[in-house]
Design a protein. Structure first.
Length: 402
């Protein structure tokens, strides 16, 4: 029991306990080390880049309305719809016969991700707030990320070897994981929030606009630019071609990527346990700035021929991304009113994904034309420049809210 209290804070609260379980299932990503090779069986990288761009455009267009739906109709309903959509999409992808299956399966999954985005975290925060325990949110988010990384580590390692046994097997097992989280999402308890928007088309549109307006609130403004830059670059790395392409350039194939991704995830798990300490010592502004610097340097160094020790470059980027997710969520939830949190988090995801639409197409062509490293170098230089400007403009403003 003491072990549970130390490693799974507030697990005695039903919604928090289910939050941990659902995120473990969402992170049971068996296809992480092999999707690059699986998708290339059905299309070249230029075509895959266009597919990713199209699917992402649909995803970001759904982010805002699904966030508003969650705020208006309930975060539990949105989460259930999201998990069920992931399950259906996984089945389609597992049975792919051409790139059309990839498009349809990816589309259904992106609908699911849009519904889950922001809704589940907002439900947990409101659960803690109702019990006057919102001070535990930082610890819950850190534990959630550790759990997700452990789940990711196990599944990634397993997925690489399942691919060797049979190239569809990792996708098939992922479908079962998504079926389980759909079941557990049905057990969540809805929390009524104060000033809940009335369910009408007019209020639905107003709620969408409110999400964007909340991004400019005074207490969030000093962090916004740095948050968006790290979200854009890590999203390109984690969901685009950058991560597997870097790994391939360092000499890692499907099974090799499965192993190194697992090792990096274990390091991230340990570091995430130190997140409250990092926040205490650095503060939120210096912390987010530091993560921007780490990911920018990682992109720049990735263009060199490191061989197998290139895992250290990947680890640099992985660390910045792993720490940024719970850190950003804490900043946003602290700054935004309860009734607007899901919409605001969805708005943030919306804005951060827009550059990905263009960058993923450029990346796909870059792989075919062998110019991807030049793109990585340019992005690394740009983010370092942007970070320096952010320090100069926002440092004093940010310190007022810490």
């Amino acid at each position: 029991m003491e072990f549970i209290k130390l490693n799974f804070p507030k697990a005695e609260v039903k919604n928090v306990r289910l939050f941990y379980i659902i995120n473990a299932g969402l992170s049971f990503w068996l296809v992480e080390a092999i999707w690059y090779f699986y998708w290339s069986r059905f299309a070249n990288f230029s075509v895959i880049g266009i597919i990713f761009a199209s699917l992402t455009l649909i995803w970001i267009l759904l982010e805002i309305p699904t966030g508003a739906i969650a705020d208006m109709f309930g975060r539990k309903k949105a989460t259930v719809i999201g998990c069920a959509s992931l399950f259906i999409g996984s089945i389609v992808l597992a049975g792919a016969q051409s790139y059309w299956y990839l498009i349809i399966g990816g589309l259904i999954q992106n609908v699911g991700r849009a519904f889950i985005s922001g809704s589940l975290e907002a439900l947990v925060y409101d659960t803690l707030k109702k019990n006057k325990e919102e001070r535990w949110f930082d610890d819950v988010m850190a534990a959630k990320t550790r759990i997700s990384i452990i789940s990711y580590s196990i599944s990634t390692l397993l997925g690489g070897f399942l691919y060797i046994l049979y190239f569809r097997l990792a996708h098939i097992v992922t479908s079962f994981a998504h079926l389980l989280i759909t079941y557990y999402s049905l057990k969540l308890k809805e929390i009524e929030v104060e000033k809940k928007p009335k369910q009408s088309l007019r209020n639905y549109l107003i709620q969408n606009l409110e999400g964007f307006r909340q991004l400019s609130v005074v207490s969030l403004r000093p962090y916004l630019f740095s948050i968006l830059t790290i979200m854009v670059l890590f999203y390109l790395y984690d969901w685009g071609f950058s991560k597997p392409a870097m790994a391939v350039s360092f000499g890692y194939g499907p099974s090799g990527q499965a192993v190194i991704y697992t090792l990096m995830a274990l390091v991230n798990t340990w570091l995430l346990g130190k997140l409250p300490l990092f926040r205490k010592r650095l503060g939120d502004f210096k912390g987010i700035i530091s993560l921007n610097l780490l990911i920018g340097v990682g992109y720049m160094l990735s263009v060199l021929n490191w061989g197998y020790i290139g895992i250290l470059i990947l680890l640099l980027i992985e660390i910045s991304g792993a720490l940024s997710e719970p850190w950003i969520s804490t900043i946003v939830n602290r700054s935004i009113n309860s009734q607007d949190r899901a919409t605001t988090l969805s708005s943030l995801e919306f804005v951060s994904k827009i550059p990905f639409i263009f960058l993923i197409i450029i990346s796909g062509n870059g792989i075919e034309n062998q110019t991807l490293k030049q793109l990585h170098l340019m992005l690394g230089i740009i983010i370092l420049f942007i970070t320096l400007i952010s320090i100069f403009i926002n440092k004093k403003k940010a310190l007022r809210y810490e």
